[in-house]
Design a protein around this ligand. Structure first.
Ligand code: SF4
Length: 315
């Protein structure tokens, strides 16, 4: 076995140069190190979350990969903020099967009226402490209202490294994303921040993102893998190879060590038969039941996969 892997297994914290070397190693060796760290911090528990696209499309931002950007010409469903009673019913039902439910809206932010409507609903929600929101760059006043309404988790992806970011978005900066996360943390939110891989970034960009997420203290790291969507600026990019995805996951576990690592968009399409390997590669969670504008896999099949691996779903 490679000496670097032996050192990692024995507790070594790696630097950026060492992290880059991980991509040259055999997947079996990487999985050994990543699994050991996952087991050390997460035991045999697996987290499962799901989301609702609460407001879809017509986003003023120009993220090149996103079906909801008004700069991209896609045929997704476009609708304003859903009726909050409907969001409440769907999320309460989903939380009978998953540990966390995310309410996600398109656009750079929700307005005050929309946030007030959501907060009214959160106050009536049976499981508001299991909800997370992903509603863009919001004001301090809105952060405060959401905390008062019982929301503990704030999702806001960094997407990629600071260096590569201008290649995928020009309408808002990386610093604005970082600032939103820092402000959320200052209001006591748990941070859920990760990225999208396979959008033309280098291995160094992936490693830089992992170290940035470690630095800001993201509690949960959603990892999405590029799926080409017709009408977006990146529709002709190829998808990632399954082994490359697993190596990226393992590298994130080895760098980040303690946060939840959740495999989200692109799992089914990109990993195909290797989906169950995500846990050997260090992930301790996954999103189930579909994504913002694309379909996923049903909870029954995902639960069976967890059971077959002798892992246990976290209540
Ligand atoms: S990723 Fe978010 S901010 Fe970017 S275009 Fe899509 S909905 Fe808008």
């Amino acid at each position: 076995m490679e000496s670097l892997i032996l050192e990692i297994v024995n507790g070594k914290q790696i630097n950026k140069n060492e992290a880059l070397k991980l991509f040259d190693l055999e997947i079996e060796d990487l999985c050994l190190a990543a699994s050991k760290i996952r087991k050390q911090y997460k035991g045999n528990k697996v987290k499962v979350c799901s989301i609702i696209n609460a407001k879809s499309g017509q986003c003023s931002e120009d993220c090149k990969f996103c079906a909801q950007s008004s700069f991209n010409k896609t045929d997704i469903k476009v609708y304003p903020l859903l009726d909050t009673k409907k969001i409440k019913d769907i999320s309460e039902k989903a939380l009978e099967n998953v540990g966390c439910f995310g309410i996600v809206s398109s656009g750079n932010s929700l307005n005050n009226n929309e946030i007030d409507k959501l907060c009214e609903m959160f106050k009536q929600h049976k499981k508001s402490s299991h909800l997370g929101v992903s509603i863009g760059r919001i004001s301090d006043e809105s952060f405060h209202k959401l905390r008062e309404a019982g929301i503990k988790k704030m999702h806001h992806n960094l997407e990629t490294s600071a260096n590569f970011y201008p290649n995928i978005c020009s309408t808002h900066s990386y610093q604005e994303r970082l600032d939103t996360l820092k402000r959320a943390k200052s209001f006591g939110f748990e941070l859920c921040s990760g990225g999208l891989f396979g959008i033309g970034e280098s291995l160094k960009d992936r490693v830089d993102l992992a170290f940035t997420l470690k630095e800001i203290g993201s509690d949960s790291v959603p990892m999405n893998f590029f799926m080409p969507i017709k009408g977006t600026a990146l529709e002709y990019l190829p998808t990632m190879r399954p082994i490359e995805i697993l190596k990226t996951l393992a590298t994130f576990r080895i760098i980040l060590q303690t946060p939840d690592i959740m495999v989200c968009g692109g799992r089914e399409i990109n990993l195909r038969d290797l989906q169950s390997w995500i846990f050997h590669a260090g992930a301790n969670g996954m999103m189930t039941g579909g994504y913002l504008t694309t379909n996923g896999r049903d909870i029954v099949t995902d639960k069976q996969m967890v059971k077959d691996l002798d892992l246990e779903l976290e209540a």
